[in-house]
Design a protein around this ligand. Structure first.
Ligand SMILES: *[C@@H]1O[C@H](CO)[C@@H](O)[C@H](O)[C@H]1NC(C)=O
Ligand SMILES: *[C@@H]1O[C@H](CO)[C@@H](O)[C@H](O)[C@H]1NC(C)=O
Length: 302
């Protein structure tokens, strides 16, 4: 079999037409190595609007933004609904550095995971409100404010045994284990106000409680889909049809962003109504149909 010159030209023309009819899917299924599914989205209009303003994909890096800074998201545990972030300004067993602290925005759809432990480091014993009488609350009670968790003293000992700390020779009394519950309703850890130089955050001992070098440093945050924490059924249906969940318009109405780049109000299966009012074949079947048609045409011409 020998293809004539004209049929090759025709074939390329058809292929070109066929390719140009496919626009790119705006909402990405991953950001770098991280798989993205609802409620997270790669771009504005993707995922859940409540999350999109805090979590986005910038140059294939998934980032959480709060009023205290931008934090790389190191992992998402979709099963347990937890995101893990790292804070480049945080101290660990291998490095101590000054930090301004960490805070979550009041309306952010996240709360601290119970596993997250904060250690405030190098705090001023004489002037930090965590040690002074009446503490931060100023309730007129003459007892020391129970801001630091005494149960956490071993954590402080282990941290201060790390080389960067042991060389400065900080007294253990300058370390304060601060449970998320103490962060108060604003979820704020303002180190300047607390008069501490730095902090460390960890969410797992990694099975080795006495080996701070192997602890998992970072912050674990929980999220919920909605009040009842139910995965939206419209989104589940959209994802089943290889779409990505998103939103549009002034009321953030649900849309399903299909692999062919079109948005539907339902899913990407056959018969879905597209937002432009047209009824089109879904990309997979439609593409095959066009392919078969194109080839039949070439064969006929041969
Ligand atoms: C589909 O939705 C995405 C995300 O909301 C949006 O960026 C894109 O412009 C929409 N595409 C069309 C063809 O309407
Ligand atoms: C003062 O603190 C003690 C111990 O924490 C507590 O038992 C007591 O109720 C407090 N009193 C007031 C007035 O808050």
């Amino acid at each position: 079999m020998k293809l004539s010159h004209s049929s090759i030209t025709l074939l390329s023309l058809i292929s070109l037409l066929f390719l140009s009819s496919i626009s790119a899917q705006i909402c990405q299924r991953s950001c770098g190595k991280q798989i993205l599914t609802f409620p997270f989205g790669s771009d504005p209009g993707c995922g859940d609007p409540r999350f999109q303003q805090y979590v986005n994909c910038d140059q294939q890096k998934l980032t959480l933004t709060t009023h205290t800074g931008c934090y790389p998201i190191t992992n998402i545990d979709y099963t347990n609904q937890v995101i893990y972030i790292s804070d480049p300004s945080m101290s660990t067993c291998s490095c101590t550095q000054p930090s301004k602290g960490f805070g979550l925005d009041g309306d952010a759809p996240f709360t601290f995971h119970d596993d997250t432990i904060f250690a405030l480091l190098d705090c001023s014993v004489s002037s930090s409100p965590i040690y002074t009488l009446n503490g931060l609350y100023g309730d007129g009670n003459n007892s020391k404010a129970p801001l630091c968790d005494n149960q956490g003293t071993p954590i402080c000992s282990y941290l201060y045994s790390c080389t960067p700390f042991s060389t400065i020779n900080l007294p253990i009394s300058t370390c304060c284990i601060y449970a998320p519950v103490n962060l108060g309703p604003s979820f704020e850890m303002d180190l300047k106000k607390l008069q501490c130089t730095s902090y460390s955050g960890l969410y797992s001992y990694n099975g080795q409680e006495s080996n701070p070098e192997n602890w998992k440093y970072g912050i674990a945050l929980k999220y919920k889909f909605n009040v009842n924490n139910e995965y939206p059924s419209s989104c589940a249906q959209c994802e089943k049809s290889h779409g990505v969940c998103g939103y549009t318009g002034p009321y953030n109405s649900f849309i399903c962003n299909c692999p062919n780049g079109l948005n539907t109000s339902l899913d990407c299966f056959f018969g879905s109504s597209f937002n432009n009012g047209l009824r089109l074949l879904p990309w997979k079947n439609g593409a095959w149909l066009m392919y078969i048609l194109a080839w039949s045409l070439v064969w006929v011409l041969l």
